[in-house]
Ligand binder design. Sequence first.
Ligand SMILES: CC(C)(COP(=O)(O)OP(=O)(O)OC[C@H]1O[C@@H](n2cnc3c(N)ncnc32)[C@H](O)[C@@H]1OP(=O)(O)O)[C@@H](O)C(=O)NCCC(=O)NCCS
Length: 381
Amino acid sequence: MTAPSTTTFPAKGLEGVVATQSAISYVDGEAGRLIYRGYDIDDLARHSTFEETAYLLMIGRLPTRSELKEFAAQLKAAQRLDKVTLRVIKDAPPGSRPMNVLRTATSATVYTDPDKGDNSPEAELRKSIRLLAKVPTIIATFHRLRSGQRPLTPRKSLSLAANFLYLLTGEVPEQEVARAFDVALILHADHELNASTFTARVIAATLMDVHGAVTGAMAALAGPLHGGANMEVMKMLLEIDQPERAERWILERLAAKQKIMGFGHRVYRTEDPRARHLRKMSEEMGKKLGQPKWYEISRKIEEVVMREKGLYCNVDFYSASLYYVMGIPVDLYTPIFAMSRVAGWCAHILEQHSDNRLIRPRAEYTGPLGLAYVPLNRRGR
Ligand SMILES: CC(C)(COP(=O)(O)OP(=O)(O)OC[C@H]1O[C@@H](n2cnc3c(N)ncnc32)[C@H](O)[C@@H]1OP(=O)(O)O)[C@@H](O)C(=O)NCCC(=O)NCCS
């Protein structure tokens, strides 16, 4: 007896499989371009803000001045956390991983959401805006509490990026630093059907709401092959510590057939366009904030990995040294990725709901068939 064949088994990891249609972002892996809703990421990184980019992704077009003002006001109005979410963060046992706390607290915001249970497109959009506003506060609140500091109240005068840095450190960042962070958020906001976005769409396709789908997406993002790579990159830089030690360190890892975090990509066959911006900001901020070493080590690693493996670095590589010189704790790099990607996830969830069909593929069965059932008492000890 053999299993009836379904369709041809695609490449492992669904490589190259087009699983849905989407008008949100386009990754041109050959040319090394990333497009959000028709706009090149290079233009958005130069001219846009994270708030404007989030509007573009979630609503589908660039806002007018008054629309952007209104959108920013909605975000500011939703930044504070309710008591239930605060309790969830406070109850996290000492030493909890930030992504576990973020995922759990994000999920808990549904309890007090005024639109809970209403999955109309309007309510889903309102819930998405609230999630976008609350995630930075959750991350910063968690960090303040675990460091024995009092959580701060969000400042309405600051942009989402500057406010996050303020909530984390207690200091309003310099404009140049806030702008670099804002650009990093723009660059991470969406990336087509990456693992976490696909997860979000699969959950959304069951007609689950935005809270459930974003919570699941956060779980997918936390893995080291996806959003966890930026933390691993920084651990590597810290271990190497000196530019002159980089070459040997990398050669040893490659000889042992280990992967170098922050390199390689499923889609890009050339330079990741986001890495270009992050490399430049890592260099500039490293110099400005008096820590050029991490950029220098990164450059050396990049040179060796290209020479030895022909691999380009990805978005996670230079974001590590950039965040480090900004004073952001290493284990918050993935939560920061999530904070930006909420915009993309929500855009995809809204798009999925707008023309939904349950996502339910098949598996090619490779196990046995026709086995005779043996009762437990005849199976030996
Ligand atoms: C991103 C990533 C998961 C893509 O994976 P993928 O498309 O499944 O590619 P594979 O892991 O099959 O790699 C293909 C080949 O390149 C090599 N390779 C890929 N990334 C590598 C890396 N970072 N370091 C060393 N070699 C790497 C693999 O060893 C493999 O070589 P082989 O064919 O000789 O076995 C993978 O490149 C990776 O693990 N990178 C490190 C983690 C990371 O930076 N993730 C963030 C992604 S934005």
